[in-house]
Design a protein around this ligand. Structure first.
Ligand code: HEM
Length: 505
């Protein structure tokens, strides 16, 4: 029998589940949405407080929810059955916070980790977050949730109906519903011949770059690229400069409460991030005019936005511009030919959160482990009303009237280690004005914080960034300020336990 360490070493081949009983057991006990995003465009996230329920009563509630949860095996089977459509039916997942495990008393042990035990609000100083008292009133500012139930389906009526029915049952069982966050994936059609793509509310394609740890996803991503012999003991990764192949152990850990030898789970971050779209759009235009003059062309204004995000709205990486292709948006790129940040600034959101070799290069390290080990499996969805679109679905039609409040991103991510992955990314990369590039080859001073998600004292000059349009010969660097348009409204750290625990607790 393989052990879990063995299974989590290489991308998981779920197609061999029928012939490999260990893989089958593993996938039937792991919750859905970890190995691969659920992909449904509608979702409800129900946050639950166990209040004064006895340990046994909490165990009863968890067991009942666990019986309704979707396994990774079911998710993969239904994805295949319904391909090429998105809808494979409802996906349901259950998550418990440290408070949720404690409410189970002797029925469970709290999964290890200082950040998990403390909860997100207590890590305020590490994350430079606003204090809980300022989080969304009436929901997130009150208390930490004990559990989250995720319900996702392509049909919003099914999601709403189920969320309501679960809430009624939970309240009748003595639980309190603290908040229900509704996810509605905003989409945009960038090419007439291609399907609409998921975008975040600033209008940029989101979910383009993912660490892949399912064999079939890797094969799809690498399809068409020249074959190379498989690496000894692992998936071949050398075909493109930045490999999307990651070991599953970076996202999945043994479940300390699992009932089976291969029981596994994953730590999970939830953050409600409100986006001031009107403010962001105006700041993008102002930056474009500061860099390219009052008569800046649309292409130049777009390039200014790409200097903030690191990709153009359609996902084309700025570092590849102008060679970026119009058809397929690549993800196998690095910043190897952009070592001084002249093509894509060091502060750009995607360069801050996935430096793709900057750490190795600047610290003269032998490999990319320092660049790769913080990467998380992101599973976010936008929230807030769908924005009006042009008839062909390519542009937003609310110019001048874009949302300021009430819309944003429900940031969600799975990982093996909250401190080393999410907290490290937010604290040491996004919020750190000195990462990356103020050392080594960068000649343009401090990098400044991530203009999209960076959080820091507003009085500090960390929102000042160096912009250098290295695509225009002879262009000189200049400093410009970009304000904060993403605001943290609430969140928590959870663990997604194995189904054998949820159903057998
Ligand atoms: C990528 C926007 C929050 C980490 C991206 C992309 C966009 C984006 C447009 C490019 C698409 C892609 O590569 O998939 C946003 C917005 C946010 C937000 C608007 C808040 C409202 C966060 C947070 C984190 C994060 C909180 C982590 C602390 C990442 C990472 C990538 C990414 C790791 C992939 C970079 C790469 O692999 O090249 N984000 N993001 N994002 N974001 Fe965010």
């Amino acid at each position: 029998m393989s052990d879990l360490i063995e299974i989590l070493r290489n991308p998981i081949k779920w197609h061999s589940a029928s012939s490999d009983p260990d893989i089958k057991l593993f996938l039937e006990d792991l919750q859905a949405n970890i190995l691969k995003g659920h992909g449904r465009h509608h979702a409800a996230h129900v946050f639950i407080g166990f209040d004064d329920l006895s340990h046994d009563a909490v165990a009863h509630v968890v067991r009942a929810l666990g019986r309704r949860c979707t396994s990774a095996a079911e998710q993969l089977r239904s994805n295949k059955r319904y391909a090429p459509y998105l809808d494979g039916g409802t996906v349901r997942c259950v998550f418990l916070s440290a408070g949720g495990f404690e409410a189970l008393g002797a029925h469970a042990e709290v999964p290890p980790g200082a950040a998990f035990a403390a909860g997100m609000a207590a890590r305020q100083a590490i994350l430079s977050d606003p204090g809980r008292a300022t989080w969304e009133a009436g929901t997130w500012n009150a208390r930490a949730p004990d559990a989250m139930l995720l319900i996702a389906n392509a049909d919003p009526r099914i999601v709403t109906g189920e969320a309501k029915a679960f809430a009624q049952w939970l309240e009748a069982s003595g639980c309190r519903i603290l908040a229900t966050e509704t996810g509605l994936q905003q989409t945009r059609k960038f090419r007439p011949d291609a399907a609409a793509e998921g975008v975040e509310h600033f209008g940029y394609v989101d979910g383009r770059s993912h660490p892949l740890f399912l064999d079939e996803d890797l094969r799809t991503e690498l399809a068409g690229l020249p074959e190379e012999p498989p690496a000894p003991g692992g998936f071949s990764t050398g075909r493109i400069p930045w490999s999307p192949a990651f070991p599953p152990s970076q996202f999945i850990v043994a479940d300390p409460n699992g009932r089976l030898p291969l029981s596994a789970g994953s730590y999970f971050v939830f953050r409600k991030l409100e986006q001031d779209v009107r403010g962001f759009n105006a700041a993008e235009d102002a930056l474009g005019e500061a860099l390219f003059g009052k008569a800046a062309t649309q292409e130049e204004l777009d390039r200014a936005g790409a200097m903030v995000v690191g990709r153009f709205e359609d996902g084309t990486p700025l570092t590849d511009f102008p060679q970026g292709t119009a058809a397929a948006v690549p993800n196998g790129f690095t910043y190897e030919n952009d070592a001084d940040g002249a093509r894509c600034p060091f502060h750009a959101h995607i360069r801050k959160t996935n430096p793709r070799g900057d750490v190795r290069r600047q610290l003269n390290l032998p490999d990319d482990q320092g660049d790769r080990s913080p990467i998380m499996a992101r599973r976010g969805i936008t929230y807030g009303p769908a924005r009006p679109m042009s008839q062909d679905g390519s542009e937003f039609a609310d110019g001048g009237n874009e949302p300021v409040h009430g819309s944003g991103l429900l940031f969600m991510a799975y990982m093996a280690d909250l401190e080393q992955q999410f907290e490290f990314t937010q604290q040491s990369w996004a919020n750190n004005p000195d990462f990356a590039g103020n050392i080594g080859e960068n000649k343009h001073g401090s990098t400044g914080i991530d203009p999209v998600i960076g959080q820091a004292d507003p009085a500090a000059p960390t929102r000042e960034h160096t912009y250098l349009d290295g695509h225009t010969p002879g262009a000189q660097p200049s400093m410009h300020r970009f304000e904060q348009f993403v605001h943290m409204k609430g969140g928590e750290y959870f663990f997604a336990p194995s189904l054998s625990f949820l159903r057998g607790v």
